[in-house]
Ligand binder design. Structure first.
Ligand code: NI
Length: 172
C-alpha cells in the first residue's frame, strides 16, 4: 500500500469527466486500497480517483465517526438513481484544502455502483454519507464543491484561495 499525491485546485485533471472503469483487475484493487489509505491519512471522508490524478470513475468514502468501526465504501462507476429532500451543510475537499463552504445537496440518495468484484450494488445513503456520495460523484464529472457556489461566493473563494496557496507555498 502506498500514499498517493493529492492534486489541488486548479489542476486540470479535476475538471475532466472521468472515464468508466472497464477492467476489474488487480491494478484497480490496488488503486482503490491506496486511495483509501490516502483518504484515512489525510484525513478525509471521501476521495475520488481524479483527485489522485487518475481520470477513472472510482471513489472511496468512509463517513463513520471516530468511535465507530470503519465503513469503507469503494464505489466503481457510481450513479445517483434517486434522491430526496434538501440539505445544506458545510463541505471541504482534499483538493481545496483549508476552504469550507455550505453547499445545497439532496438529503438522501440512492446510489448504484459496482464493487471490486464487478458486482452491481445499490445503497441508500443519508446524512454525511449522502453528501459524500454527491460530492465524490461530482468529482467524477469534473465538478468541485466550489462550482456550486453563487457567482459572488465563487469570486470571494478565488481571492481567498490565492492567499491559501501563498500560505501553503511559504510552508513548503
Ligand atoms: Ni472533494
Amino acid at each position: 500500500m502506498s500514499l498517493l499525491k493529492i492534486h489541488h485546485y486548479p489542476d486540470p485533471v479535476l475538471k475532466k469527466v472521468a472515464a468508466p472503469v472497464t477492467e476489474f483487475d488487480e491494478d484497480l484493487r490496488q488503486l482503490a486500497y491506496d486511495m483509501a489509505e490516502t483518504m484515512y491519512a489525510a484525513p478525509g471522508v471521501g476521495l475520488a480517483a481524479p483527485q489522485v490524478g487518475i481520470s477513472k470513475r472510482l471513489a472511496v468514502i468512509d463517513c463513520s465517526s471516530r468511535d465507530e468501526e470503519a465503513q469503507l465504501l469503494i464505489m466503481i462507476n457510481p450513479e445517483i438513481i434517486d434522491s430526496e429532500g434538501e440539505s445544506c451543510e458545510e463541505e471541504g475537499c482534499l483538493s481545496v484544502p483549508e476552504y469550507y463552504a455550505k453547499v445545497d445537496r439532496s438529503a438522501s440518495v440512492k446510489v448504484r455502483f459496482q464493487d471490486l468484484d464487478e458486482k452491481t450494488r445499490i445503497i441508500e445513503a443519508q446524512g454525511l454519507t449522502a453528501i459524500a456520495c454527491q460530492h465524490e460523484i461530482d468529482h467524477l464529472d469534473g465538478i468541485l464543491f466550489v462550482d456550486h457556489l453563487s457567482p459572488l461566493k465563487r469570486s470571494l473563494f478565488r481571492k481567498k484561495w490565492k492567499k491559501i496557496q501563498e500560505h501553503m507555498t511559504e510552508q513548503m
